[in-house]
Design a binder for this molecule. Structure first.
Ligand SMILES: [Zn+2]
Length: 347
């Protein structure tokens, strides 16, 4: 009896040791998955209930408005209100109501469009008309608005696409269109006591993206040149490229100054996802760089798109950024990177 028991007991740990050893061997052959910065867990999204506008004070004059899965940015002060992006069309009334509730009758003077996608410009017409959060009529105008309400600022490429001037684009209604455009690398305005830099970033997400740097508040509104919700979305038909997107992330990192130990300091608001700092952007930049390099290596080896997809160059990041369904899947991302880098190859 005792012998049997002992024998049984002896067998079990031996099997366990074997299993563990095998597991360790298998594990050691895999690359250790990169770990995100720890504070990514700590900084949770805005406290919005489904369908409600979430408001998150960021720092200085800046607030993040969360509209479901889209963010817009508010700068507010004595001069009035500036918005970065106007959100999807069906959120306009809720946005206007939130501005009124939180910031009183301050006039809405500016809307900056980071790019032309409908979830970022859908509220242009109603919000620019709304102009004055008090709901009153023009009553003197002044400032940037004039009798049209808020001025809508965008890069010229964004206007050209929205106005249908660019081939293949559909013309949008006149009142949706940016009223103040620029074609240089940077446009500067001074509003609510701080300098604001509107920075053109070519060929990243589209060919007309800008990010907005609030120099006094020390906040960057990155639009869709940064995301914590997905892999980089490359709108290839509209000039998006992986290298342009990486350039944008590096430009953000050039501007950001961490406060302590890579944390805090300049805050970065993505078009989709949660509030971030330099460490979060650096993690994302490193991820994009690693995947770009992997796909580049595979192309150099002569691998086809199907072979590259089968090799899963994104595997260790899929649990965080991947998607099997929806408007931007992992497969679509890998395909876009492959096409872009294949076309770029010089040899
Ligand atoms: Zn977009």
């Amino acid at each position: 009896m005792t012998r049997t028991l002992l024998g049984f007991r002896a067998a079990a740990p031996a099997a366990l040791v074997l299993a563990v050893a095998a597991g360790v061997t298998i594990h050691a052959q895999q690359q250790r998955p990169p770990q995100p910065p720890e504070r990514m867990v700590a900084r949770t999204p805005t406290p919005a209930k489904p369908g409600e506008v979430g408001v998150l004070p960021v720092q200085g004059n800046i607030y993040l408005l969360n509209l479901g899965d889209v963010n817009i940015v508010v700068q507010v002060g004595d001069d009035g209100i500036l918005l970065v992006d106007s959100g999807p069309a069906d959120w306009s009334e809720r946005i206007a109501q939130t501005l009124r509730d939180r910031f009183g009758n301050r006039p809405l003077r500016y809307i900056v469009n980071t790019h032309m996608h409908p979830d970022h410009v859908g509220g242009n017409a109603p919000l620019a008309r709304f102009g004055r959060p008090g709901g009153g009529d023009a009553g003197g105008g002044g400032g940037g608005g004039g009798n049209q309400g808020a001025r809508i600022i965008a890069h010229e490429n964004t206007l050209n696409r929205m106005s249908g001037t660019t081939e293949g684009e559909t013309e949008q209604p006149q009142e949706m269109l940016p009223t103040s455009t620029f074609f240089t690398e940077k446009k500067e305005i001074y509003f609510n006591g701080e300098p604001i830099e509107i920075l053109f970033q070519p060929a990243g997400h589209t060919d007309g993206d800008v990010m907005v740097f609030f120099r006094g508040s020390d906040v960057i509104a990155a639009g869709d040149l940064f995301s914590t919700a997905s892999y980089p979305i490359l709108d290839e038909k509209r000039g998006g490229t992986i290298q342009g997107y990486l350039d944008a992330l590096n430009r953000i990192l050039d501007i950001t100054v961490p406060r302590f130990n890579e944390q805090g300091g300049t805050m970065v608001i993505p078009g989709h996802g949660r509030l971030c700092d330099a460490a979060d952007v650096a993690y994302y930049r490193d991820m994009v760089t690693i995947i770009r390099d992997r796909v580049q290596d595979m192309i150099k080896k002569g691998m086809t798109l199907e072979q590259v997809k089968a090799a899963k160059p994104t595997r260790d990041y899929d649990s965080r950024y991947g998607a099997d369904a929806g408007s931007w899947t992992t497969a679509m991302f890998v395909e876009a990177v492959y096409r872009d880098l294949s076309q770029r190859r010089i040899n």
